[in-house]
Ligand binder design. Structure first.
Ligand SMILES: NC(=O)C1=CN([C@@H]2O[C@H](COP(=O)(O)OP(=O)(O)OC[C@H]3O[C@@H](n4cnc5c(N)ncnc54)[C@H](O)[C@@H]3O)[C@@H](O)[C@H]2O)C=CC1
Ligand SMILES: O=C([O-])CC(=O)C(=O)O
Length: 317
């Protein structure tokens, strides 16, 4: 018979691990597909997803270059099996059974361009990828990275509606990089350790539609109005800062891969029933009169069967 004190310690350790997102039960099988996996974001994002112990199957798709990326990443000695898929004829296999689909496919900005200038090319790419998602993995959580996010998310919604598979609680525009930037810049000015900083960012993902809520930042810091204004502007212009620094060689890739991996990890935790997973994301919304708006979304407490977990809902709070 186990001593009550030992039992209490084990229970407390198990509940601590579970609160931190580490399962004390077997970790479910999860397939993650990255579409655009050979690109500037796709490669480091594939690496980070290979490091994520919640992933059991990692599917890397692009129109070219994925065999090499997949062979490279597959040698890393972590849990997931990696398969590379190349070309449209392999897209169905890449998507089949996916729980989370991350989309960094499409062209990036060059100096002087706005994200809207990418619309013509990226809208077509997103449309064809979402048509395939509706066919091969209609229940997957979709993490849209391709710009302009303010438009590619509504496009994805329309494609899914047309296919009869739309579930607004499964479609997310990835705005995590705005949050990552806001945290970094705020910590610098507030002179606090960045690891403990939280800043919600709402609105959209382009210029002045990016609204960091420094009034709700934690830990609180008494920053002057002109500093808050400068922090807001730097967060709104963060993408342009990188585009200009890269001088024609693309936009943010490494910080975006980090942000994309954080958001995908939150989705996996939500699917696995980890409570209180909250992230900002550009979603269909009733928070304002706008049909889509970035705000905090939370995974509501799940029930305890795999099937119901898959149906669990995310909702703006
Ligand atoms: N949401 C956000 O915060 C951010 C979004 N982005 C956006 O992410 C997108 C990708 O950026 P990068 O990786 O730097 O571009 P990149 O040009 O380096 O890579 C894009 C990849 O997409 C692939 N691709 C093109 N058409 C495809 C298709 N039909 N199916 C599958 N793959 C396809 C290309 O072959 C390429 O490998 C851009 O639209 C960029 O603006 C970039 C940074 C932040
Ligand atoms: O600025 C861009 O074109 C890429 C992007 O969305 C970002 O870095 O936030």
């Amino acid at each position: 018979m186990m001593k009550p004190s030992l039992l209490r310690s084990l229970r407390s350790a198990a509940s601590h691990l579970s609160r931190r997102g580490y399962a004390t039960e077997p970790v479910p099988e999860r397939k993650v597909a990255v579409l655009g996996a050979a690109g500037g974001i796709g490669q480091p994002l594939s690496l980070l997803m290979k490091l994520n112990p919640l992933v059991s199957s990692l599917s890397l798709y692009d129109i070219a270059g994925t065999p090499g990326v997949a062979a490279d990443v597959s040698h890393i000695n972590t849990r997931s099996e990696v398969v590379g898929y190349q070309g449209e004829e392999e897209l169905g296999k890449a998507l089949e059974g996916a729980d989370v689909v991350i989309i960094p496919a499409g062209v990036p900005r060059k100096p002087g361009m706005t994200r809207d200038d990418l619309f013509n090319i990226n809208a077509g790419i997103v449309k064809s990828l979402c048509t395939a998602i509706a066919k091969y993995c209609p229940h997957a959580l979709v993490n849209m990275i391709s710009n302009p996010v303010n438009s590619t998310v509504p496009i994805a919604a329309e494609v899914f509606k047309k296919a009869g598979t739309y579930d607004e609680k499964r479609l997310f525009g990835v705005t995590t990089l705005d949050v990552v930037r806001a945290k970094t810049f705020y910590a610098g000015k507030a002179n606090v350790p960045v690891a403990g900083v939280n800043v919600p960012v709402v609105g959209g993902h382009a210029g002045i539609t990016i609204l960091p809520l420094f009034s709700q930042a934690t830990p609180k810091a008494n920053l002057d109005d002109d500093i808050i204004k400068a922090l807001t502007k730097r967060t709104q212009d963060g993408g342009t800062e990188v585009v200009e620094a890269k001088a024609g060689k693309g936009s943010a890739t490494l910080s975006m891969a980090y942000a994309g991996a954080l958001f995908a990890d939150a989705c996996l935790k939500g699917l696995n029933g980890v409570p209180d997973v909250v992230e900002c994301s550009f979603v269909q919304s009733t928070v304002t009169e706008l049909p889509f708006f970035a705000s905090k979304v939370i995974e509501l407490p799940p029930l305890h069967t795999f099937q119901i977990l898959r149906l669990s809902i995310l909702w703006p709070v």
